[in-house]
Design a protein around this ligand. Structure first.
Ligand code: S6P
Ligand code: ZN
Length: 193
């Protein structure tokens, strides 16, 4: 049993205050995931930049508990592709998740096991229902931080392996100054994207 508690999302800064754990993902953590390999190498030669940070409250990892975390995705691109999260299925595949946009402009790409995708633009207030069995990855399509809250069953877990192996069927890239979805030429064939 845990006692009721509150944390605080600062809507001015997009940050979660009074978090328990912080996770940082850098360019090297997304090796092989961006489509443009030479743009990736060029960016990495300059700096192993932080792409995103995840701030989470700790709850027991057991059935019935709700985990929740705020992700701060930094603005930037590798080639035409926006900075993004690794993306994952849940290890317990039939667990859903709620995403709430807090700060900035972004989007979420979701994909089921057959490769069918769904893309939803996110801004402050956008509430996305990520269905059970659908992988999910967020992208920052703006020029400032993109921050969102995720709420999910604490036991859901992360399956990154399937995405590392197959990638997402669509890439979110900037074309004519706008976020655009294009087919991932490497989908299913050993990753990238
Ligand atoms: C957890 C939830 C988020 C992500 C976070 C980072 O189920 O979907 O908290 O973990 O946005 O993304 P990723 O794909 O690196 O875990
Ligand atoms: Zn998730």
């Amino acid at each position: 049993m845990i006692e009721p508690f509150a944390s605080l999302i600062n809507f001015e800064t997009g940050l979660l205050e009074r978090y328990d754990n912080k996770l940082e993902r850098k360019l090297t953590d997304l090796q092989g995931m961006f489509s443009d390999e030479s743009a990736y190498k060029e960016a990495l030669a300059k700096e192993n930049s932080v792409l995103y940070e995840v701030y989470e409250k700790e709850v027991p990892i057991e059935s019935g508990q709700l985990a929740h975390a705020v992700t701060i995705l930094h603005p930037g691109q590798i080639g035409d592709e926006y900075y993004m999260t690794k993306g994952h299925f849940h290890e317990i595949e039939d667990t859903a998740e709620l995403y709430l946009g807090i700060q900035g402009q972004g989007g979420i790409i979701m994909q089921d096991k057959s490769g069918k995708t769904s893309y939803i633009d996110m801004k402050p207030g956008t509430l996305v229902y990520v269905s059970p069995f659908w992988a999910h990855r967020t992208v920052n399509t703006g020029s400032d931080i993109f921050s969102f809250l995720a709420i999910y069953p604490a036991e859901a877990g992360h399956d990154y392996g399937t995405i590392i192996e197959k990638g997402f069927a669509k890439l979110v890239v900037e074309q004519d100054g706008k976020p655009t979805l294009i087919d991932n030429p490497n989908f299913g064939a050993g990753g990238r994207g």
